[in-house]
Design a protein around this ligand. Structure first.
Ligand code: F3S
Length: 426
């Protein structure tokens, strides 16, 4: 791999052992991928999960976390103090809600580990966004900006909707990028890898968040890790719809980038979206395909539901507002837990606007920083869940082990009130 003067200096250890290890890791990783060089980045999203410190014993000190970090992320048995982030770095999702961790069922030991990890993250200069949707709270890459992000739903939004450039990084590679401000130049950093591969002609117009989730889920399953070009959309989608669409496509397949002709920035036309590529496959998306996606996403049979999860990816403020309107003056069923997830920066606004209070008065909880599939915690003894997220409907049965209904936000909130699932594909 060709390295610049500065990169060679770091590799030789002139900026300390942690940055040297980080550069070694990126060079090895890049070479394995066939990257000929590294590229500068000033936008890293990573997590540094407290779960990585699970072997630590209470009381957990910052130096324990440093040592664990050296081993887990930089492959070094010699413990060293983690240096400051070299470039702008945001901490994404973590395992607990800072206010509602006891409701979540997080143990005091795990809470303590999370606090120790948070302290270290703050010390090294990470921005504690604590969300899987950093683009909702101020990290909005511009067209062509090179980033190094983890989290598939964030990556696909960055590439497709914003025109930023990132691959789905792992914790180790993104941590290394944080320390040296570089990432391998390959994959979605390169123009030709961003061109479309599969043409999807839409015959059924998606009109809601649920519809956009179904479209993404159907397309992702077919194209897998390729780049679909969605053609024929008439009405402009919004943030929530594209957020759900991308998260769904990244769950059923490994989609990291899509185009919606006329609406996403690298697809003013079908021709532009495909660049020099010819479509490998042409698909149609009509009523039958929509129904197939819905059936594949619905794993529950029992109409009695006891857990409703909303906010995957984390809700926009508008989604929180809509949920609060649906809950206002009502009370959820005694047998149901309704957990709604949003970034904590947006919850601050929701608090001020009285939305959090409206949600709490209905017996639901507005949570931040985490989600059930990341924390692996959920209310006790869940038998059947429901969600308005195609991504969570895909993962909850697999990760948490309970059957799940998929529907609209309204379907989910009605189920929370009545304890019965009445949603259907209309
Ligand atoms: Fe975010 Fe958890 Fe969904 S990290 S995208 S809410 S699975």
């Amino acid at each position: 791999m060709k390295l610049s003067f500065e990169e060679k200096r770091i590799l030789e250890g002139n900026e300390g052992v942690a940055r040297q290890k980080a550069m070694e890791l990126l060079v090895k990783y890049g070479e394995a991928l066939g990257a000929e060089r590294l590229i500068e980045t000033n936008n890293v999203c990573v997590s540094l999960s407290a779960g990585a410190y699970s072997r630590l014993k209470s009381p957990v000190s910052e130096s324990d976390v440093d040592a664990s970090f050296s081993r887990m992320y930089l492959d070094s048995e010699d413990p060293f103090e983690i240096p400051k982030a070299k470039v702008f770095t945001c901490r994404l999702i973590r395992e607990m809600d800072p206010e509602n961790w006891q409701i979540q069922g997080i143990s005091p030991e795990r809470h303590e580990m999370n606090l120790a990890a948070e302290k270290v993250c703050a010390r090294i200069g990470m921005q504690l966004m604590h969300t899987c949707a950093p683009y909702l709270v101020g990290n909005v890459p511009v067209m062509g900006e090179h980033c190094a992000w983890i989290e598939s739903s964030a990556v696909i939004y960055c590439n497709s909707v914003l025109g930023g450039r990132t691959n789905i990084e792992g914790m180790e590679s993104a941590t290394a990028s944080m320390l040296v401000g570089r990432t391998p130049y390959w994959g979605y950093h390169v123009d030709e890898n961003r061109w479309g591969t599969h043409l999807v002609e839409v015959e059924y117009q998606p009109e809601s968040v649920m519809d956009w989730g179904l479209l993404g889920y159907y397309v992702g399953e077919i194209v897998q890790e390729h780049v679909p070009v969605i053609n024929g959309i008439i009405k402009a989608p919004n943030i929530a719809r594209l957020k759900h669409h991308g998260a769904a496509a990244a769950s059923s397949g490994g989609v990291e980038m899509y185009h919606v002709v006329g609406f996403t920035p690298e697809a003013h036309s079908v021709k532009q979206a495909f660049g020099k590529n010819k479509p490998k496959m042409k698909l149609k998306y009509g009523k039958a395909e929509r129904k197939k996606a819905y059936d594949n996403l619905t794993s529950a049979k029992d109409e009695n539901v006891d857990f409703i999860m909303l906010g995957c990816p984390h809700y926009t403020l508008e989604e929180v507002w809509n949920a609060a309107k649906l809950l206002e003056g009502r009370r959820i069923h005694d047998n149901v837990n309704l957990w709604i997830f949003t970034p904590h920066a947006l919850k601050t606004i929701a608090d001020q606007a009285g939305l959090t209070d409206t949600i709490a008065k209905a017996g639901a909880v507005l949570m931040t920083d985490t989600c059930p599939c990341i924390s692996h915690v959920q209310p006790k003894n869940v038998k059947t869940a429901a969600t308005d997220s195609a991504k969570h409907a895909h993962y909850m049965p697999a990760i948490l082990g309970f059957p799940t209904w998929f529907g609209s936000q309204k379907d989910c909130i009605e189920a929370a009130i009545t304890g019965k699932w009445r949603g259907e594909l209309k």
